[in-house]
Design a binder for this molecule. Structure first.
Ligand code: MG
Length: 245
């Protein structure tokens, strides 16, 4: 964050009283929807490589194609549908549960890298916290436990629960994002999606979420659908002050 911007944000967060980030009554009705990978922990450190390698191996085994072609298919479906799984279901009738189990079957804890003190930070953050991840449930539970957020994020939606009319609709599906607002009985303007994916934020903004981008986000960082951009979830208490404005 640039100096001037930082001072302005800090000044507003502190308020005239100088007390930082006091919870307000209105904040308690907020519902934070948190992405998992790349948002609550640094998946690019080692976990994404582990998952990608397993997905490519899975495609090699089940579609009987070479390694390079399998890698390309994985990437093509991920770009086209937002999840490799969707392409495999649509074009190759792959069993989603089998695929998710096989591709996330590794020791998550040994590869985790996240910031310290997240549990205390989340306890101080007003509002309810919900997990909304395109990852499978068993993996998501392991990561949450590993970064000490299992108690702070009680409601969890993984890819298995992102179905609309029986079809998988992970992020950035607008239908699914709308469905979540109704399911969680979110008051108008009270939903905030915290994400490292610009495409997911764009969809969420279009259906009424407020949006926080984690990380730099490249050119998307300045897009109109990004309500706020922060370096890490650590900055959220201060971000909350800016979201009020
Ligand atoms: Mg992510």
């Amino acid at each position: 964050m640039k100096g001037k911007q930082h001072r302005r944000a800090h000044g507003r967060a502190q308020g005239r009283s100088g007390k930082d980030c006091r919870p307000r009554t209105a904040d308690r009705r907020l519902i934070w929807f948190f992405d998992l990978d790349g948002t609550l922990h640094d998946a690019s450190h080692a976990i994404f490589a582990a998952i990608d390698a397993r997905m490519t191996d899975y495609v090699v085994r089940h579609l009987q194609v070479g390694h390079e072609q399998a890698n390309q298919l994985r990437l093509t479906y991920w770009r086209r549908y937002g999840a490799t799984l969707l392409g495999l279901i649509r074009h190759h009738a792959v069993d989603p549960h089998h695929f998710l189990r096989e591709t996330h079957d590794f020791d998550v804890a040994s590869l985790l890298r996240a910031e310290r003190g997240l549990a205390q930070l989340f306890a101080r953050l007003s509002g309810r916290k919900v997990l909304l991840t395109n990852a499978p449930q068993a993996y998501a539970e392991s990561v949450l436990a590993g970064i000490d957020l299992a108690r702070q994020i009680g409601t969890r939606y993984s890819i298995e629960s992102m179905r609309v009319h029986g079809t998988f609709r992970p992020k950035p599906s607008r239908a699914m994002l709308r469905h979540m607002l109704a399911r969680e009985r979110v008051a108008r303007g009270a939903a905030i999606l915290v994400e490292d994916s610009a495409a997911n934020l764009k969809a969420a903004r279009a259906v009424g979420y407020r949006t926080v981008l984690i990380g730099r986000g490249g050119r998307a960082g300045r897009a109109s659908y990004v309500g706020l951009r922060v370096r890490s979830v650590r900055d959220l208490p201060r971000a909350l002050a800016r979201l009020r404005g």
